[in-house]
Design a protein around this ligand. Structure first.
Ligand SMILES: [Fe+2]
Length: 449
């Protein structure tokens, strides 16, 4: 195993995070029985019981077996595609939860013997699977946010609710034009995570200076209202806006395709959606969600813009109006402190997006972290000096293989798992993600500040 020198959280913080992460995992499925946990809702998503078993297996492998490969490959994501996992012999709910507890008990018994960075990896792995589980739970008929989580949300949402009042003033109006951009001069910008700064995954390491041509990035992500306007204007029929691959993806969708983000359906002239609650109108003031890379790319082209590169996105997220466009690298848009409710719509308890700018703290582009993952123009590729950690298959098999980078995290992302330099990646045709976009444009003749 490659050892990476990282600033680790304290043992007490790690222990707390292990415990609270497990509490969240179990809370998400607290009201579900065996049938719902083993149901195949979408061939792109594993049955929930597989996620639970895989979480325990991953923890066992990295914190009890020093990363050794086990004999049983039931929970090996490379051995079974998501579509195949429902055909595996999977445990019952009770068996699975018992297994998770048994592994955890052993882990706590030998807690001090593990590398803190590997414990952090295990915590974040479970948190990432929470988001995958939420992708399925959105589509699980009748699923409602569990009561215990709604009670937590009521407590933690006090700050966001204050922000919502400000958002009401800027709520989306049909036909409104958003012309707010932040410009960045051509120059060298620092990208990536530095050793010794904070925990980061292998693909984020190798902080380096990267030349970027002058560009501007939108202050806000694209809203559902702007997206609905584009649909109404014939966006899905306008061949000129779509890339060759995007147009062929669209052509392959068949008659049942609604020509709208995943989960949207038209009732009269109102776009409705369900998920985590009954069918209800789409909030046109919130960022558009559940679109794939092809759709994001086409929307941008149709608006004389483009998707930002992941480097431009990271520069935008680190923008500090007190320092100016040259900026500094920061771990989060609000600085180097950790997330708290009110700083970004992260951590799941909102169970959906909020109006754009609800949590505007006045430091540049809004909603860079949280709300929706934002597709970027970049293909997932290694940074200079890449070295795998903690295992060779975490990132490397996905480099230069057609995956597009998403940045920022969504409402369904645990706050601990995301930062300005965190890189997510997925196939360009995927729509089950909590994904949207933000526009960028070139600027001609904007030199170094
Ligand atoms: Fe996993």
């Amino acid at each position: 195993m490659v050892q990476v020198e990282q600033r680790a959280a304290s043992a007490e913080d790690l222990l707390q995070a292990l415990i609270s992460t497990r509490a969240r995992t179990l809370a998400l499925v607290a009201e579900l029985g065996d049938e719902q946990l083993s149901r195949v809702v979408d061939p792109l998503l594993s049955p929930l019981i597989w996620d639970l078993g895989h979480i325990a297996r991953f923890e066992q492998r990295w914190l009890l077996e020093d990363g050794a490969e086990g004999q049983d490959d039931t929970y090996d994501p490379f051995a079974h595609t998501r579509a195949q996992r429902s055909g595996l012999s999977l445990p019952t709910r009770d068996e699975c939860i018992e297994r998770m507890s048994a592994v955890r008990e052993l882990v706590i018994g030998r807690f001090e013997q593990n590398d803190p960075a590997v414990i952090e990896l295990v915590i974040q792995h479970e948190q990432q699977h929470n988001e995958t589980m939420l992708q399925l739970l959105r589509q699980l008929e009748g699923y409602r946010p569990p009561t215990a989580l709604l009670e937590q949300a009521a407590l933690s949402a006090l700050e966001p609710r204050k922000g919502l009042r400000a958002a009401a003033a800027r709520a989306y109006r049909p036909g409104a034009r958003r012309e707010d951009w932040i410009a960045f001069p051509a120059g060298e910008y620092r990208i990536g995570a530095g050793l010794g700064e904070s925990f980061a995954h292998d693909n984020e390491f190798g902080a380096h200076s990267h030349p970027i041509a002058a560009f501007e990035i939108a202050v806000q992500p694209v809203t559902a209202g702007q997206y609905a306007d584009w649909i109404a204007a014939g966006g899905y029929e306008d061949r000129t806006a779509w890339s060759v691959l995007g147009w062929s993806w669209l052509a392959a969708q068949g008659q049942s395709f609604s020509g709208a983000p995943d989960g949207w359906q038209l009732e009269g002239d109102t776009w409705m959606h369900s998920g985590f609650g009954p069918l209800r109108p789409v909030d046109l003031s919130a960022p558009v969600c559940h679109i794939n890379w092809f759709e994001a790319d086409a929307f941008a082209r149709a608006h004389d813009a483009r998707l930002p590169t992941e480097f431009e996105w990271e520069v935008g997220a680190s923008y500090d109006p007190r320092v100016g466009a040259a900026g500094t690298a920061r771990s989060h848009p609000w600085g180097d402190t950790e997330w708290s409710p009110g700083t970004a719509n992260l951590d799941q308890l909102a169970f959906g997006t909020l109006p754009v700018g609800s949590l505007d703290q006045g430091y540049g582009p809004v909603d860079m972290l949280g709300q929706v993952w934002e597709w970027t123009a970049s293909e997932f590729a290694p940074y200079p000096g890449f070295a795998p950690f903690a295992y060779v298959d975490y990132s490397a098999p996905f480099f230069n293989a057609g995956y597009r980078v998403l940045r920022g995290g969504s409402w369904a992302t645990r706050a601990r798992s995301v930062s300005n330099h965190f890189r997510n990646w997925d196939r360009p045709q995927r729509r089950q993600l909590f994904s949207g976009l933000r526009l960028a444009r070139d600027i001609v003749g904007f030199g170094p500040a």
